[in-house]
Design a protein around this ligand. Structure first.
Ligand code: BES
Ligand code: MN
Ligand code: ZN
Length: 508
């Protein structure tokens, strides 16, 4: 799908003669509807009939040309959206989320009525800054209109295919430059998430480690990032025994993808690591057939990291950001690792394989140990669809957050709130680390039934030492995330926007 153009225009609302005009309407403490002057007659009419109260996320669609509304509007449809009390005490992150959700609802109206161009009126009277309205509505709309049609033939009779939103035009802004800047911000957040969704939607046969690497190279060449791809022989040479082990049962060559963003002046280095498991069959410890198809999404951590890097290259923060995506699939060919095997990770730690389905930690461990040694990061943040256990613990409404550093946790939790991708911290601890002690190697790759999300994190913990580190287990949120208007079914792109926000706000 072509990307949506978002513009700001000086033209008057009354002159807009397109398909859909959107106006946000609030209410005062007496319950009266509040909106722009040009809406006066419409709001008076609605007040009389009591069919629209302007409460949060309430919608009404009108047809000004057909109705006796005494307005001079020329648009085909007028969509009024309630935003609730003009004097609200919502926290800023709640305001942002409400606007994104309204944006998502607007996107649904566009999809339903096959609307390609819309105009949104920015009001100063409804308790929200016009620049905030523009930014978060845009983000919600762009995330909401997302669809993945790459593998569908365009058959003439399929009316259900939405050709996409071509333009969003904002009118009524007084500070156009500011609104423009905020819109661009929204577009870079949304396109990062949508890019991550695109990678995730690709089937396992079309999105192999090689494709992942090619995509990273393309991003690098377009955006002045440095890209290095370690292939199988390079990884063997330096001892990345985890990635090599997981790849042993596969015909697809593994890749370790490294992207570097280095500004001239830097305040430090952030290392991002994303699990790029392009299909997880479980290996010899084979997964059950039901739901196995979803394991093409086991690369969502890597996708989020890659997508965030592209946005970082646009936003140009004054911090160095390194991204590593270890990538392979987990198959059960003749060479596959077996329960009982012992492998050696980058840096020398040995690990006994108890279950070949606990493969994510094996590839992440190499990447984290390598990244730590090579780039001396000030912090490490890894994202991975790592455990089913995090879904048992937190369901689909929070990503798991495990960390050895309270300050890093604070910053990530704020970033998650601000982007509508909430994180919930789970503990680490000696007692959990004990569960992954092995009789014959330094550690083993499973920690028993209890605390599965935590023991997985303790495995990673062994490879970061004292470096401030946070692990985001996104197994419950990378798809099947909380139902929201701006998150269509399928992969969510979770983490990409959180990472961008985190990097922008990062301070050590
Ligand atoms: N990719 C899976 C985790 C997963 C499960 C993600 C369900 C999303 C939905 C991971 O590689 C895995 O298989 N983990 C095992 C670990 C176990 C064998 C210790 C799990 O969670 O069952
Ligand atoms: Mn697995
Ligand atoms: Zn996996």
């Amino acid at each position: 799908m072509k990307s949506t153009k978002v513009t700001v225009s000086k033209k008057r609302i009354e002159e807009y003669s397109g398909e859909l005009l959107v106006a946000i309407v609030g209410r005062d403490n007496k319950g009266n509807l509040i909106g722009e002057d040009w809406l006066k007659a419409v709001l008076e009419g609605l007040d009389k009939y009591k069919e629209f109260s302007g409460k949060k996320n309430e919608f009404i669609q009108l047809y000004p040309l057909y109705e006796q509304t005494k307005t001079t509007l020329q648009c085909k449809r007028l969509l009024l959206v309630g935003i609730g009390d003009v004097e609200n005490d919502l926290h800023t992150y709640q305001q942002k989320e409400l606007l994104r959700i309204i944006g998502g609802e607007i996107a649904k109206v566009c999809k339903k009525n096959t609307i390609g161009k819309i105009c949104i009126s920015l009001s100063k009277r409804i308790g929200y800054k016009p620049s905030d309205l523009a930014e978060y509505l845009t983000e919600g709309i762009l995330l909401g209109v997302y669809q993945f049609l790459k593998y569908k033939n365009k058959s003439s009779d399929s009316n259900d295919v939405y050709p996409g939103l071509k333009t969003i035009e904002f009118r009524g802004a007084t500070n156009m430059a500011k609104v423009r800047q905020r819109i661009n911000n929204a577009a870079s957040y949304a396109s990062a998430a949508n890019f991550a969704r695109n990678m995730a939607n690709e089937p396992g046969n079309c999105w192999t480690p090689t494709h992942f690497a090619e995509s990273a190279k393309e991003i690098a060449s377009k955006n002045a990032l440095k890209c290095t791809v370690l292939d199988s022989s390079a990884m063997k040479k330096i001892g990345m025994g985890g990635i090599i082990a997981v790849n042993q049962g596969s015909k697809e060559p593994p890749k370790c993808i490294i992207l570097e963003y280095s500004p001239q002046k830097k305040r430090g280095t952030i290392l991002l690591v994303g699990k790029g498991l392009t299909f997880d069959s479980g290996g010899i410890s084979l997964k059950p057939a039901a739901g196995m198809m979803e394991m093409k999404y086991d690369m969502c951590g890597g996708a989020a990291v890659l997508a965030a890097m592209e946005a970082v290259a646009h936003i140009k923060p004054d911090v160095r950001v390194i991204a590593i995506v270890p990538s392979t699939d987990n198959m059960n060919g003749g060479g596959a690792i077996k329960p009982g095997d012992v492998i050696t990770h980058y840096g020398g730690i040995t690990s006994e394989i108890e279950n070949t389905d606990a493969e994510g930690r094996l590839i992440l461990a190499d990447a984290m140990a390598y990244g730590k040694e090579k780039y001396h990061p000030d912090c490490i943040v890894d994202l991975a669809t790592l455990t089913g256990a995090v879904i048992i613990g937190l369901g689909h409404h929070h990503s798991g957050l495990l960390s050895n550093n309270d300050d890093l946790v604070k910053q990530l939790v704020v970033a998650g709130k601000n982007t509508g991708e909430p994180l919930w911290r789970l503990p680490l601890g000696e007692e959990y680390a004990k569960q992954i002690e092995s009789k014959i190697a330094d550690i083993k790759n499973t920690g028993g039934k209890s605390g599965g999300c935590i023991t997985a994190a303790e495995y990673l913990h062994k490879f970061v030492g004292d470096t401030p580190w946070a692990h985001l287990d996104i197994a419950g949120t990378a798809w099947n995330f909380t139902e929201k208007s701006y998150i269509p079914k399928g992969p969510t792109g979770v983490g990409a926007r959180t990472l961008i926000e985190f990097i922008k706000q990062w301070n050590r």
